[in-house]
Design a protein around this ligand. Structure first.
Ligand SMILES: [Zn+2]
Length: 183
């Protein structure tokens, strides 16, 4: 297992061609074709989005004690309904966990992360529509990073290569099969 120089995916690049981005490992960056450059850019975009998710998840987790501690000390103010407050806390915690899980999946170019991103962005988008803020802009940027044509091609190839790896390990080696026949 080696890390691809272009998309940073850990893969078996035995034939020097990455199964995820399809770029030859010995090819210098300036010799890449336009299509290869677009794929490389898309891969880096997905990884940038993953980093934004880690930052977002950590920020949300840090906000929880900030909101909780005054309420635990002095109780809720009259304007805030206890149910609404609980809802906000549960939503924030769930979102933080979702963002961190998503960050891990995106770094591996996992297809489930692609679908999870679509659902998570949809929820964040709707929740922030009432109160437009910088989060909305970041979600739109991440949606572009994950959803563009080249990024989708990367997710599809990553899934195919992991399926092949799974298939290769589940298939018994020829000598192992013959020895099980004897027993
Ligand atoms: Zn690659």
């Amino acid at each position: 297992m080696k890390r691809c120089k272009s998309c940073l995916f850990y893969a078996d690049v035995a034939d020097m061609i990455c199964p995820v981005c399809g770029i030859h490992q010995d090819k210098p960056k300036k010799e890449l074709t336009n299509a290869e450059k677009r794929i490389r850019y898309a891969a880096r975009g997905i990884r940038s989005a993953s980093l934004l998710h880690i930052i977002g998840g950590v920020v949300l987790l840090c906000m929880l004690p900030m909101w909780l501690s005054p309420v635990l000390k002095h109780g809720l103010t009259n304007e805030m309904h206890p149910l609404l407050f609980t809802g906000i806390i549960v939503y924030t915690f769930a979102m933080a966990v979702a963002l961190l899980v998503l960050a891990v999946g995106l770094r591996k170019y996992a297809k489930w992360a692609y679908y999870m991103a679509a659902v998570t962005y949809g929820i964040i988008f709707v929740m922030n529509l009432l109160n437009p803020n910088i989060g909305l802009l970041i979600v739109v940027l991440c949606a572009y990073y994950i959803g563009n044509k080249n990024a989708r091609a990367i997710f599809n190839r990553a899934m195919k290569s992991s399926n092949q790896a799974l298939h290769a390990t589940s298939e018994p080696a020829p000598d192992a099969a013959s020895s099980s026949h004897e027993s």
